[in-house]
Design a protein around this ligand. Sequence first.
Ligand SMILES: Nc1ncnc2c1ncn2[C@@H]1O[C@H](COP(=O)(O)OP(=O)(O)OP(=O)(O)O)[C@@H](O)[C@H]1O
Ligand SMILES: Nc1nc2c(ncn2[C@@H]2O[C@H](COP(=O)(O)O)[C@@H](O)[C@H]2O)c(=O)[nH]1
Length: 392
Amino acid sequence: MGEAPAFFVDHLENGGHTNGFGLKSEPRDKDTSVQIGDRSYLIGGNHEGNPLFLGVQIHDKTTNKWCVSIPTVLGTGPKPCKGYSAIVLKQGRILVIKKGSASDDSIWFLEVDSPFVREQRKLLGKEVVAWSKGVRGNAEKPIVISGPSGVGKGTLITMLMKEFPSMFGFSVSHTTRSPRCMEKNGVHYHFTDKTVMEKEINDGKFLEFASVHGNLYGTSIESVEVVTDSGKRCILDIDVQGARSVKASSLDAVFIFVCPPSMKELEDRLRARGTETEEQIQKRLRNAEAEIKAGKSSGIFEHILYNDNLEECYKNLKNLLGINDDAPVNGVEVEGINLPKEHTVTKIEDKIMIQETGEATKNDLIVLDLASINGGAPGRTRGIVLDSVKSS
Ligand SMILES: Nc1ncnc2c1ncn2[C@@H]1O[C@H](COP(=O)(O)OP(=O)(O)OP(=O)(O)O)[C@@H](O)[C@H]1O
Ligand SMILES: Nc1nc2c(ncn2[C@@H]2O[C@H](COP(=O)(O)O)[C@@H](O)[C@H]2O)c(=O)[nH]1
């Protein structure tokens, strides 16, 4: 269902707000307030007195009070600027446009009640908001690869990254398990302490985490950011529980499950790899049965691959990722558009129209197609299509 046509740009008047609520910090005319349900979000000033980050405060209409604590902010938000426009999007998201900024720093998304934020709020037991930045071009969907231990996920990912080094990047997970002899910290995993990782989970630094085969594993938002910001398509090698959490988040990803040809072959591969003790192999095999069942029936995975013959499976993986010999490209638009300082913002269905106002207007219309938003992590960059339409 599409969104209702709307016109919604809410600039606070200097020194007050029409509903007269007691403001925690006095809004300036460059601040912006947006209402979603019973809550108003005041966007402006600095985050907790930090001059580098734009602040967000929440006012609850039902209690007529400001939320006492500053919300936990996930992702890196925009730096403060001369003014903002804001418009409510679907699913508890707000589009924030920085006035007078270049296109690579002007379009931001603030998630205040999205499924991801709600989940994080429940998990952390505190108010959470998440920023993500709109970048022009095609930040293609990240790829989540799951499957039982020993099925060959790592092997397939290594092949893909070796053949297309500039196209794919690996999301380096955190784990509390000990490194294997060839594994390097920061390359294969971020090897970490349980207490440190639990604190970071509590601080909202993780997109997902799970206890797998007796150890804690997790994908930090930062790990996905690093890859996405480098312009590469991010690959996550995570278990089914993690895939379920990612599916519930606002990370728009492709979900692939890799199956072994048989349990006997899986056992042979795990043994031949020689990285686990007998006890660990038995544990992984027990977990494999449940994982395969969940992988096939949970509805999480759009694609199921059978890794019998490795070369064939790799070819199938490339096919479903749309990589063939003709078009292995990572299209990224680079041409800049500056967002005018004085403008109005109108939302018509899936299009946001940004129209310059003021005396020096050239009347160019800038159009952001919401249907084009793609890729990225919650709290991080998303691909957008921004066009400048010349007035005739
Ligand atoms: N199609 C295949 N045929 C035979 N051996 C394979 C095949 N694919 C992978 N292997 C081998 O199986 C072993 C396990 O593969 P890999 O380490 O990639 O599994 P994984 O799914 O990443 O496991 P984990 O989840 O434990 O990290 C490796 O020794 C690898 O060389
Ligand atoms: N939920 C998550 N699962 C993860 C992550 N990183 C790896 N994994 C999964 O753990 C098992 C075991 O891996 P191993 O390296 O110890 O053999 C495997 O199924 C991985 O997919 C993560 O960040 N989150």
